[in-house]
Design a protein around this ligand. Sequence first.
Ligand SMILES: *[C@@H]1O[C@H](CO)[C@@H](O)[C@H](O)[C@H]1NC(C)=O
Ligand SMILES: *[C@@H]1O[C@H](CO)[C@@H](O)[C@H](O)[C@H]1NC(C)=O
Ligand SMILES: *[C@@H]1O[C@H](CO)[C@@H](O)[C@H](O)[C@H]1NC(C)=O
Ligand SMILES: *[C@@H]1O[C@H](CO)[C@@H](O)[C@H](O)[C@H]1NC(C)=O
Ligand SMILES: *[C@@H]1O[C@H](CO)[C@@H](O)[C@H](O)[C@H]1NC(C)=O
Ligand SMILES: *[C@@H]1O[C@H](CO)[C@@H](O)[C@H](O)[C@H]1NC(C)=O
Ligand SMILES: *[C@@H]1O[C@H](CO)[C@@H](O)[C@H](O)[C@H]1NC(C)=O
Ligand SMILES: *[C@@H]1O[C@H](CO)[C@@H](O)[C@H](O)[C@H]1NC(C)=O
Length: 770
Amino acid sequence: MKMQKFKFLHTLLLLIFYAKHTIAENNIEQSKKTYIVHMEKSTMPASFNDHHNWFESSLQSVSESAEMLYTYKHVVHGFSTRLTNQEAEALSKQPGILSLIPERKYELHTTRTPYFLGLDLTLASLDRFSTHLPASVAESEVIIGVLDSGIWPEHESLDDTGFGPIPSRWKGECESGKNFNSSHCNRKLIGARFFHKGHEQVSGPINEEKESKSPRDEEGHGTHTLTTAAGSIVSGASFFGLAPGTARGMSTQARVASYKVCWKRGCYSSDIAAAIDKAIEDGVDILSMSLGSKLDEYYQDLIAIGAFRATSHGILVSISAGNSGPFPGNISNVAAWMTTVGAGTIDRDFPAYVSLGNGMTYTGSSLYMEVSSKLLDTPLPLVYAGNVSNSTLENRCETNTLIPSRVSGKIVLCKRGGSGRFKKGLEVKRAGGIGMLVGNGEEHGEELVADAHLVPAALLGKKASDAIRDYILSCSNATATLSFGGTQLQVQPSPVVAAFSSRGPNPLSPKILKPDLIGPGVNILAGWTGASGPTGLEEDSRRTTFNIMSGTSMSCPHISGLAAILKAAHPEWSPAAIRSALMTTSYTTYTNGYPIMDIATQQPATPFDFGAGHVDPLLALDPGLIYDADIHDYLNFLCASNYNSSQIKVLARTDFTCVPSMTYRVEDLNYPSFAVPFETPNNSVQYSRTLTNVGALGTYKASVSFQSDTLVEIVVEPETLTFTELFEKKNYTVTFTSSNSVALGTNSFAYLKWSDGQHKVVSPIAFSWI
Ligand SMILES: *[C@@H]1O[C@H](CO)[C@@H](O)[C@H](O)[C@H]1NC(C)=O
Ligand SMILES: *[C@@H]1O[C@H](CO)[C@@H](O)[C@H](O)[C@H]1NC(C)=O
Ligand SMILES: *[C@@H]1O[C@H](CO)[C@@H](O)[C@H](O)[C@H]1NC(C)=O
Ligand SMILES: *[C@@H]1O[C@H](CO)[C@@H](O)[C@H](O)[C@H]1NC(C)=O
Ligand SMILES: *[C@@H]1O[C@H](CO)[C@@H](O)[C@H](O)[C@H]1NC(C)=O
Ligand SMILES: *[C@@H]1O[C@H](CO)[C@@H](O)[C@H](O)[C@H]1NC(C)=O
Ligand SMILES: *[C@@H]1O[C@H](CO)[C@@H](O)[C@H](O)[C@H]1NC(C)=O
Ligand SMILES: *[C@@H]1O[C@H](CO)[C@@H](O)[C@H](O)[C@H]1NC(C)=O
């Protein structure tokens, strides 16, 4: 008893001491940065019996005060900590230190953020997937881990009725914290963890009034992505009556685990690395990540490193390509060991109609639903934001720019861009406006995305908004009537590639085509948090269990869920095999044979826009042949990419050295697609590939088709491959010879198809003259 009291007093004293210490050190603390420190496993001196002690001793040798945020087991052999520049430099010179990677901020790939936003995946197309898929007990053995903003565990999409026991190999946990405890998990949501140390070091303590330091999702994004991947079937779902029907994730039977790494102020690499580390240990089969940052070399990008480690454990990593389209090459998450997902529309729309005083009518898009009869019946005065703001350049309805006396009682035309579209609506409301039209500029063209505005509002394409602006400027009495059309189905053409979807070419590895494929990512209905409204704004007091969102954040979990189904159907398939099946069976034309369009250019989309095309889950179940690859193939790829041994070690964790006498070529990585940059016209390059038979034995014949002009001669050798047993492998080479009259800057596209008459194993080919 006495002893305990003494101990308590001692602890208290220490705490007081540390508190003082911390205050004194505050200034120094501020100049510290978080680093993820990789140590070289094999160089641990024999005097240490445990790696943790070795890490600690290395750290203490440069800093007395630095504490470890995390120690990692799988993603990194090492730890993360806060260091000053000097300490970091000193540490990097210590024996056994492989690399120090500074903390990096990542963002979720939803378009609800200012610059982007898009359209959707219809329930109709979800149902199309569902009716044909084999029901399978095996599916419930597959576990999807989702790194995101956490989970709203009470959501009806997480109902576990009818689920059998949790797979016995599962080692995950349901961690407790504010508003969350172990009883929030069930046989559907089998794990939930949260990672906040890195975030708090940068952004300060989490405000627990606003977000729970626990796996609970107050943001909504994490609940949306997780339920898209693997939500249970919920009938009667809708968004305030819009998009009504049955909501279901791609894999209704798969188990899910939530890893909360994103907080209100972003997601940080030390937390993400810790989450991937745990996910590997817990036993997930698929990792779904709808987040990214600007591109960095693979050995400095914790997501690329984490994905490499996950892949080496047989985990498929499905990740969003980003929402930085349609500019060429502005794509993230391009490593060859990830499945990189772009976004297309679905066949559902939410039209809004604008009729002007001059008799013209235009169709835009909106999720506004409290349709006021006054708006429907009465033309209202219409003004252009550029004429009613206190700055002549300000036509984007940024906060505190509209002049109330000129806006009151009117509809305002605002330009897209700058502040978020919901915020523009709030600004119009603040200034006394009644309605809003948001007009696309060059950047977004004719892309329409439906937003759950708080004021009557619609988004319009560039052509319509230019015409409306011209009309306003041409007279002094412009008027508009705004009305809303609800849910429209069977919208054609669909899919089209979303303008926001990030495009190739791949800036880091130009000979690897990215994105890999596209999935539904515009106006997707999925589960939502009970803690915030659909716009995420504090002013939004609406609550809904389903929300409609757009972004590659939304298309990624579609592919994650479909990958889970393939994994269930073919437990022996590697991550590369699953990706290959999804890619080689994707489609690039509509059922009428016309090519899938790109909304940004209003032209046929290309493999730089959609990779192998739009996912077709049913065909993917039976691809005939696959392009397989394992971790050694990726190591060879790193050698071919001229990474040196320490850079490779950061990714590989093993003592892998490139053999000087061997020729490593990126062209030989067994990828299901081809990117062929020609540095001069009229040169010739050879790529080699290996096909593995996964079902249909017989003879496959190669054929080639061009998307437009034939600027390249393509020779496949051999032209036929005969498979006589399951898992048999056959090699082929393909030689691309550029004709000598091609201008630099030209792109050209083709497809290579292997077919036995029934299966079509199609690879896109993207040529560029650089
Ligand atoms: C967990 O939380 C729920 C509701 O929030 C509560 O009813 C339950 O008693 C808690 N369980 C444990 C084990 O703390
Ligand atoms: C690429 O995307 C980022 C993030 O969206 C954006 O800030 C940047 O301007 C884009 N760059 C180009 C060249 O389009
Ligand atoms: C409205 O703005 C346009 C474009 O900025 C300008 O040309 C026009 O003169 C303005 N009209 C009024 C009445 O301010
Ligand atoms: C416009 O008005 C707001 C406040 O009403 C002010 O904050 C802003 O600086 C003004 N901008 C200009 C360009 O005058
Ligand atoms: C608006 O003004 C134009 C002339 O500028 C006139 O022809 C037209 O009738 C007016 N429309 C309305 C609805 O008052
Ligand atoms: C690998 O390259 C990095 C960056 O240029 C360098 O710091 C490092 O020392 C190199 N390692 C080896 C083993 O050459
Ligand atoms: C096929 O290619 C692989 C990888 O390049 C090689 O290891 C193998 O020997 C080749 N097989 C044949 C039969 O040429
Ligand atoms: C490429 O150039 C060579 C001569 O340099 C010529 O013989 C050959 O026909 C050219 N090939 C093509 C496809 O233009």
